[in-house]
Design a protein around this ligand. Structure first.
Ligand SMILES: Cc1cc2nc3c(=O)[nH]c(=O)nc-3n(C[C@H](O)[C@H](O)[C@H](O)COP(=O)(O)OP(=O)(O)OC[C@H]3O[C@@H](n4cnc5c(N)ncnc54)[C@H](O)[C@@H]3O)c2cc1C
Length: 236
């Protein structure tokens, strides 16, 4: 097999986007996936281009909720006991990242990254004929009651301060935006700047088709290790 200038491991939405971008810069690119195109999360994510989501996951609120979630068998966080020790150093870093000064720094960094991705996304989709899959419908976050809504307000204030358009809605204004919602959703926040793709699997498969059409190669193989250039096996 002829060596490629760029080898991408993983034929999901991230790997294939990188592969197309590198190909567009005139490089020869090979994508390796142990299973095939769209074998992982890209087949079933929510298809959101969540440009308005500038708040880092590590935050004092998440740290406060984490113990409750760990004890709840239906909670969003679960750590199998045999994995707890292995994951401890990562948990420690996550906890440190939730300190207020670090949250502020991460928010600034994430705001910049989101602006860059938003500016790059549409030209990328136009270049590859993917615009029919782009939805600019925004996102409606709904709340079951005033207390839940008010708890979210500080986060919305940070987004607004970063220049993100936010519309808080109640009553008929919610039904107008999204007819048919249950009445216990008493409050909602709409962010028009949130985009999505119509179907994440179709989108990722279209990236793969485009990559192949432009001469790219997708190989089924398991990447087991990375070796630095010039590496030679040690004599036995
Ligand atoms: C339920 C859910 C909903 C989500 N919704 C969103 C959303 O709406 N918006 C958003 O931005 N993100 C969302 N995410 C995050 C999501 O994971 C990413 O957006 C995206 O799908 C990740 O793409 P990826 O290409 O990095 O990973 P994947 O699509 O998982 O692709 C990784 C690929 O790498 C291959 N692979 C891994 N290791 C090797 C190896 N050693 N050798 C060869 N191949 C290998 C796998 O087979 C797989 O095909 C969601 C995640 C989940 C779980």
């Amino acid at each position: 097999m002829k060596p490629a200038e760029v080898v991408v491991i993983g034929a999901g939405v991230v790997g294939l986007s990188i592969a197309l971008e590198a190909q567009g810069r005139g490089l020869s690119v090979r994508v390796i996936d142990r299973t095939g195109v769209c074998a992982g999360a890209s087949a079933g994510n929510a298809g959101a281009l969540a440009f308005t989501d500038i708040l880092p996951l590590a935050s004092p609120r998440i740290i406060r909720q984490a113990p409750k979630w760990l004890l709840d068998p239906l909670g969003p966080l679960s750590v199998p006991p045999r994995h707890a020790l292995k994951i401890a150093p990562w948990m420690l870093r996550f906890w440190r990242a939730s300190w207020p000064a670090r949250v502020r720094a991460s928010t600034i960094a994430q705001t910049g990254l989101m602006a860059l991705s938003k500016a790059a996304m549409e030209p990328f989709m136009i270049a590859h004929g993917l615009v029919p899959m782009l939805r600019k419908d925004g996102q409606l976050q709904v709340y079951e009651g005033k207390a839940e809504f008010e708890a979210a307000l500080p986060g919305w204030a940070i987004r607004e301060a970063a220049g993100i358009e936010v519309q808080h809605l109640t009553g008929d204004a919610i039904a107008e935006r999204q007819p048919g919602l249950a009445p216990h959703f008493t409050h909602a926040t709409f962010t028009p700047g949130w985009w999505s793709v119509s179907d994440p699997k179709d989108y990722t498969e279209a990236l793969a088709d485009r990559f192949r059409a432009l001469g790219g190669e997708i190989v089924i193989a398991d990447a087991t290790r990375l070796l630095p250039t010039g590496w030679k096996p040690r004599p036995e």
